[in-house]
Design a protein around this ligand. Structure first.
Ligand code: URA
Length: 214
């Protein structure tokens, strides 16, 4: 059911607002990432969830399917959510950019991090998603999402796991699942431990937000 707030805003529900934004994204040419994409990757999950997860951007698998986090990092993200009894359906999942960033390497296109200009060009859509959903909690997955949402000078190793108040939401950043997958031995144990700790704290706030809704 629509909240009173949605009705007060003109009767448009969140699904409709997001569908319109997704339509705009699907034909977007605000940056050059539009030139090589197969599909845009808008976002999935529950638009009424108090928890929004923001990753970096689509990779090859996401570009092919139009869905966020479908590769190995996505499998790890599912495990991270499962550790606190959540699934993708309990949260809203999106990225800082909605098109794959890639560059030619050895005769094929290789994923690369999105550039600041690309993230800025796309921020209008992430801002639109945040406005439509108004999540109580935002979990940034990795540095680019944290720099976009929390602070441009955010340092993921130093500042992850801390809460920040951003535009009416509580935001935290943790390591990106792809970063965790690149670690080995003790570094892998440390990174996993940090992410698991962060997600427990996020879950505690998620529970509070659900309770506050009644
Ligand atoms: N990494 C991201 O940050 N987002 C995706 O959708 C997939 C991998």
């Amino acid at each position: 059911m629509d909240s009173l707030f949605d009705v007060a805003e003109g009767g448009e529900n969140r699904e409709e607002r997001l569908a319109e934004l997704a339509r705009q994204v699907s034909v977007c040419t605000r940056c050059d990432l539009a030139l090589n994409r197969t599909n845009t990757v808008f976002g999935t999950g529950d638009p009424y969830s108090p928890l929004m997860l923001v990753g970096e951007g689509p990779g090859e698998n996401e570009d092919a399917t139009g869905l966020p986090f479908v590769g190995r990092a996505g499998k790890l993200l599912d495990d991270i959510l499962k550790a606190v009894n959540l699934t993708r359906d309990d949260v809203y999942l999106t990225n800082t950019v909605k098109c794959r960033a890639a560059q030619p390497e050895g005769g094929r296109m290789k994923n690369r991090p999105p550039r600041a200009g690309e993230i800025n060009a796309c921020n209008i859509y992430l801002a639109g998603q945040r406005e439509a959903i108004r999540p109580r909690i935002i979990l940034c997955l990795g540095g680019p999402a944290a720099k976009t949402i929390i602070d441009k000078d955010f340092r993921i190793t130093k500042d992850r796991g801390k809460w920040y108040e951003v535009g009416g939401a509580l935001a935290m950043a943790t390591f990106h699942p792809a970063y965790v997958l690149r670690q080995r031995d003790d570094d892998l144990v440390r990174a996993k431990r940090a992410v698991w700790k962060d997600v427990q704290a996020v879950y505690a706030e998620y529970q509070k937000a659900l309770e506050a809704r009644g």
